[in-house]
Design a protein around this ligand. Structure first.
Ligand code: PLP
Length: 476
């Protein structure tokens, strides 16, 4: 399997070459040259693998269709080391919970940081350690976080050989629970950096350091953001596991509703569907930051400025642009790299928007690719959390509530719909209290974490200071 860039550069790369990279050199995103096709017989075999051998072996089967530069025994061992009941809370790893007739919730948030990002990031940690050891190299991951991504990255990379994580976050702006989750990690290779500023200041620091190419090369600076192909690939697996649990025969179709921000999660659903998994609709649920809903409704993709990007009670979906969206548009345009570049490079830089309304291929987004969308607001979240508690005795988090609200609007009679649970309610306790008048349950392992000793250094919003820290630690 070879990988290409969505912007049409002629180079082709193998999986392990793109594993540690971010964007392709031409600024595009990596995708496989083709999507491997799953026949009916193969899907039946995968069904048996999941039921008899479990999630880790299902993951191995799917990953091995895309990865041919890691020996099969090693890849299987990496999957088995990653997807364990100890790390993910249950032997099923992603159990389906029945909500009501035809509506399921797929539990993706029982990993170490209680958000679905663990599903991919935990595998990434093991893949990075494996590949760095094979090359005899080291990597310094530099990131900016306002919550979920940073903690998922730290819990995936803690204690891993050859990797250090330098994670910036805006001082005092994350919830006490999120701060405690990250700052209580005492591992020597994890560096929490609280920046006196806002999230944008953190992102600016990461950009400034990464743009210093000399520094970047000397100190082997890398990232783990959601455009990483290996993260997206790991997410394809739980669409298969969700489908298999929701059906008894391959003749049945299932829809998925996905709380969306950067389009990474639902893009994995698109890949699964392109492989031939019998998915009916892919429902893109957004919050007030409705860039994606607007596109699927109108054909206009309009990046928001910071003044039009809202801070909401489903904060992990607060985006101004959707960084993985280019992957889908590349497919929508018949994999025309030049046309994709014209939209994402030329039009977005010039106008901050592009418009596919009059392009006949826009109709394929719904028709051929099954995408529909909807939007959910703070009031919708509160109402959905309350109704789900009152009618089903289940407490769901704010992001999952966005997914459920839109799922109920978009579902079609006779086709089961699976809502992806992207976080547990304890991470967003204030909104749960607002909706239900009570605190959400806290998993036992998080009892009292706010009182644990914290390992964090506070810094001014200054890229030079962060560089100095990295240089010092690499020399130590
Ligand atoms: C990251 C995240 C999302 C959005 O996922 P994308 O892949 O960016 O679309 C939704 N909910 C939660 C809780 C998240 O952490």
């Amino acid at each position: 399997m070879l990988y290409l860039s969505t912007r049409g550069a002629p180079e082709r790369k193998r999986f392990c070459e793109i594993l540690l990279e971010g964007l392709a050199p031409d600024g595009g995103l990596y995708l496989p040259e083709t999507y491997p096709q799953i026949s009916d017989a193969t899907l039946s075999r995968l069904r048996t693998v999941y039921h008899t051998q479990g999630y880790a072996d299902l993951a191995f089967e799917i990953l091995s269709l895309y990865i041919d530069d890691i020996p099969a025994d090693d890849l299987r061992a990496l999957c088995r080391k990653t997807y364990t009941a100890e790390v993910f809370g249950t032997g099923e790893i992603v159990p389906l919970r029945h909500l009501e007739d035809g509506v399921w919730i797929e539990a993706l948030s029982n990993g170490p940081t209680l958000a679905f990002k663990d599903m991919a990031m935990q595998l990434l940690g093991n893949l990075f350690e494996y590949e760095l050891a094979r090359r005899g190299e080291e990597l310094n991951i530099l990131g900016a976080t306002s919550g979920d991504t940073g903690s998922a990255a730290e819990y995936a990379m803690r204690g891993k050989k050859g990797v250090r994580v330098f994670m910036t976050s805006p001082a005092g702006r994350m919830s006490p629970f999120q701060q405690a989750q990250m700052f209580s990690l005492q591992d020597a290779n994890i560096y929490n950096i609280a920046i006196e500023g806002v999230f944008d200041d953190c992102q600016d620091i990461v950009k400034a350091v990464s743009n210093d190419l000399e520094f970047k090369r000397q100190y082997k600076i890398g990232t783990v953001n959601s455009i990483n192909w290996a993260r997206l690939l790991a997410q394809v697996v739980y669409y298969f596991a969700g489908y298999i649990q929701a059906t008894e025969s391959n003749a049945q179709k299932v829809s998925f509703s996905v709380p969306s921000g950067n389009f990474g999660n639902v893009c994995a659903g698109h890949v699964a569907r392109q492989m031939g998994l019998p998915i009916d609709k892919l429902v893109v649920a957004t919050n007030e930051n409705d860039v994606l809903d607007e596109f699927f409704r109108t054909g206009v993709y309009r990046v928001r400025g910071s003044a039009d990007t809202f801070e909401t009670s489903s904060p992990s979906m607060d985006i101004s642009k959707a960084s993985n969206f280019e992957r889908f548009v590349f497919d929508l345009l018949g994999r025309d790299g030049a046309a994709t570049k014209a939209l994402f490079c030329d039009a977005l830089n010039r106008d901050g928007r592009f418009d596919l309304r009059s392009d006949p291929r826009f109709a394929d987004a719904a028709g051929k690719y099954g995408f529909v969308s909807g939007k959910s607001t703070h009031a919708d979240r509160l109402a959905t959390i309350k109704a789900t508690w009152e009618q089903h005795g289940m407490v769901i988090d704010t992001h999952t509530a966005d997914g459920l609200k839109v799922a109920l609007e978009r579902r079609v009679a006779g086709v089961p719909i699976v809502v992806l649970e992207t976080a547990l309610p304890i991470k967003f306790a204030a909104t749960i209290v607002e909706a239900l008048g009570r605190e959400p349950e806290r998993p036992a392992k998080f009892e009292g974490i706010e009182a644990l000793p914290k390992k964090v250094q506070v810094m001014k919003a200054d890229a030079a200071a962060v560089k100095a820290l990295i240089a010092r630690e690499c020399a130590a």
